[in-house]
Every structure is written in structure tokens, then in C-alpha cells.
Write a protein of this length. Structure first.
Length: 401
């Protein structure tokens, strides 16, 4: 684990997900959080578990596994200062994997000691780690493994155990929607005044306007992994039933049960109108959303739904699921449908295909709604949180006004 040292208030941010391939939602969240901290009075902090020179070593060899087990039986880990990307930093080798093994053995968080620690340690995902001597903040993105276990392969029992351990030790629990905030309070029993919804921020690369368009303009574009939770099979069926001649473009890597979801292509009346793209560079991804007829995102369960906010920021109409976090994030600025009703989804796709006035209205409403998810608005909410954490008092104002 590395925490970059600076002369401003330092916010530790775990780097477990920053820079991970395929641009996962948590990776985008962690990167945007770091950038937002750096843009304000807080110094952006990078947290990883190995120096760059060590990242190519095998982490699954028998020797590495034995070493990890021996480290995991200890009660704590101590970091040491190193140089990282030209800055002073702290290093606790392999601490993320060691912490997971430690949790399996002891069912407790692994304590990490950092000499001269940051002002706040912000874990961007529930990890079985706790930095000693400072206020720890943890972001919980959703409770899908607990509430919708059939939609994910994550072990619900272990995840709930870890969530209860991390949230009980945290000074604050940050989340990304009022929907998830209510779930955390109800399911995990975390005191309401301790759970703060900051939403997420949309951070679009400036070079996106010059990026090549990876698919035909005017397509229906889906962005995300190909998995059961994302409702890909019903989306493919709805597109086929809608009668639209526009392409359906599925952008994203394979996830859980991808082959089962993509099998719906065999029943599509015109399967050549469905284009599957592997995960593409972020500038090209933004161009695909910008030039789409609409973003189609009929997910069965989300904590936030970043593609919705990104599309609205770009003025692209959105079709998403009625209910839950997707409807909350859309905020009345998207066309909603029952994600389990293929007929209703098909009707919605057909409306967007033919109704230019509807698309223009949704695009304008989306841009207005997207102000809530700007870097500036997010930074103000983040400021309030960190000031409150450093003040060491509860409660933080619950709203986002």
C-alpha cells in the first residue's frame, strides 16, 4: 500500500482499483475521487500495495501464497516510506491480498500502521483494512450481492460479513445514491447520520471530441459489462422486436454469464444490426455516447449507473430502468421502462427511434439534470464530508443541497 506524502491535507485513497484494465465503475470512481481531491484543498493520494517495479511478479505462485498466509496470521501490517512516481510514499507489500486472507482466517480487518499518516483514509471499495490512528471512510457502492444474490456470483455471506466489519469501524460510510443509502441503513443497521450520499461525478476526457467514432452515429448504445445483472438478453430481444433499423451497439467486456446473455442474438430477426465491441479507449467511448441516438441501459440492479449520468452530461437521450437507483439518477430526465418486460422495452426503443421531439426533450432535460454530477458539485459535497470528518463530529448534513 502506498500513500503519497504532500504538504497539504492528505486524503489516503486505496489504489486497488485505479488503473485496472477495462475501466470498471469502481476504477472510474477511484480515479475521479483522486482528481477531485487534487483540484481542491485536499492533496490527491495514491494507495497501492506494490511499487511499479514489483507489479510484474507472480502473485499466484506457491511461494507467494505461503508468504501471504504467513503474513495474514499477524494482527497488523506496518508500512515503510518509499519513492513512488517521484514522490515520497508508504509501501505495505501485497497488503490487499494479505488482508483478504487475514479476513478469511480471523474475520477481522487487518490494521495498517502508517507513520505520519494521512488526515483521512478513504477506502473506495469495502476492503478488510483499517488504518490506525486516523478517521477511516469507506465507500459502499451497492448491496446487490445481499439484496439480489441471483444477479451476481459474489458470495453474499462473506460480503455481508465484510460490509458489517468495514462499516462498523468507519467514521463515515459514503455511498452513491439515496437508494443505496436507504439499503445500507435498513440492511446493515448503520446509523443514518453516519451514512452519506455523495453521488458520483462525471469526468470526461478533454480529448474525447477528437477521438474516432467506433460505431455508426445514431445507434442505440449500451455501455457496461455483458452480464446477467445488466439485462443484455432482454435488451437484445427488445431491439429486435422494436423494428428499428438502427444499430444496437454493445460496448463492454464479458462479465458473469455473458455467453448466456448473448445467446439472445440467435433469436434476433436481424442479428447483423447488433454490433459487439470490446472495451474501447475512454475518448472513443465518450464519442460513441455523444453520437448515439440514445443510451440504452435497462439494468436489473445498480448502485448508481454512471453511463446514465455520462449520457445526460453529453445531451444524449437515455432509456433506463424504472425503479431503484437508475430511476433516481435519471431524475425525470430519461425514458423509463420495466426492465423485465421485453414488450415495454421494445416500445420504448421504438419511440426513441422515431420521435425526434422526444429525443430533443430528453437530451435537454438530461443536460440540466447532469449538473448534479459535475466535478464542481461533487467537489463541494466532498469538501463538506472531509471537513466534517476532520472536525470529528456527527452528524454531517444528510442532504446534498
Amino acid at each position: 500500500m502506498i500513500v503519497v506524502l504532500t504538504d497539504r491535507f492528505r486524503i489516503g485513497i486505496d489504489g486497488r482499483n485505479i488503473g485496472r484494465p477495462n475501466g470498471t465503475g469502481v476504477a472510474n470512481y477511484a480515479s475521479t475521487l483522486a482528481r477531485t481531491c487534487g483540484d481542491r484543498r485536499w492533496r490527491s493520494v495514491r494507495v497501492i500495495d506494490a511499487p511499479a517495479a514489483a507489479t510484474t511478479r507472480s502473485t499466484h505462485s506457491p511461494t507467494a501464497k505461503v508468504r501471504r498466509f504467513l503474513s495474514a496470521v499477524r494482527q497488523s501490517a506496518i508500512a515503510k516510506p518509499v519513492m513512488f512516481d517521484g514522490e515520497m510514499a508508504w509501501l505495505a507489500p501485497d497488503v490487499f491480498r494479505i488482508a483478504q486472507v487475514h479476513f478469511n482466517i480471523r474475520r477481522r480487518l487487518l490494521t495498517v500502521t502508517l507513520p505520519d499518516p494521512p488526515a483521512v483514509m478513504h477506502w473506495t471499495y469495502p476492503l478488510p483494512l483499517h488504518v490506525a490512528g486516523v478517521a477511516n471512510v469507506v465507500t459502499v457502492h451497492d448491496l446487490i450481492p445481499l439484496l439480489e444474490p441471483d444477479l451476481t456470483d459474489i458470495c453474499a455471506i462473506r460480503m455481508e460479513r465484510m460490509l458489517r466489519a468495514t462499516t462498523s469501524r468507519a467514521a463515515y460510510v459514503v455511498t452513491v445514491s439515496e437508494t443505496v443509502r436507504a439499503d445500507i441503513i435498513r440492511r446493515l443497521g448503520v446509523p443514518a447520520e453516519k451514512v452519506v450520499n455523495l453521488y458520483q461525478a462525471v469526468d470526461l476526457p478533454p480529448e474525447a471530441t477528437d477521438a474516432p467514432l467506433p460505431c455508426p452515429a445514431g445507434s442505440f448504445v449500451y455501455v457496461g459489462s455483458i452480464e446477467r445483472r445488466k439485462n443484455i438478453a432482454r435488451l437484445i430481444a427488445a431491439h429486435g422486436r422494436s423494428g428499428s433499423l438502427r444499430m444496437l451497439v454493445l460496448i463492454g467486456p464479458d462479465g458473469d454469464h455473458a455467453a448466456t446473455e448473448l445467446a439472445a442474438l440467435s433469436l434476433h430477426p436481424n442479428p447483423d444490426r447488433v454490433l459487439r465491441l470490446p472495451w474501447i479507449g475512454r475518448p472513443s467511448l465518450v464519442q460513441a455516447i455523444r453520437c448515439a441516438r440514445a443510451l440504452v441501459f435497462p439494468s436489473l440492479a445498480e448502485g448508481f449507473g454512471l453511463p446514465i449520468a455520462e449520457a445526460m452530461t453529453l445531451g444524449t437521450p437515455v432509456l433506463t430502468s424504472r425503479g431503484g437507483a437508475t430511476e433516481e439518477i435519471a431524475g425525470g430526465a430519461a425514458l423509463l421502462a420495466d426492465p423485465r418486460d421485453v414488450g415495454e422495452l421494445a416500445d420504448a426503443v421504438a419511440r426513441l427511434d422515431r420521435d425526434d421531439e422526444l429525443c430533443a426533450r430528453l437530451g435537454a432535460a438530461g443536460r440540466a439534470r447532469a449538473g448534479l454530477f459535475s466535478i464542481e458539485a461533487y467537489g463541494e459535497r466532498l469538501d463538506r464530508l472531509y471537513h466534517q470528518v476532520l472536525a470529528g463530529s456527527l452528524p454531517m448534513p444528510v442532504g446534498i443541497n
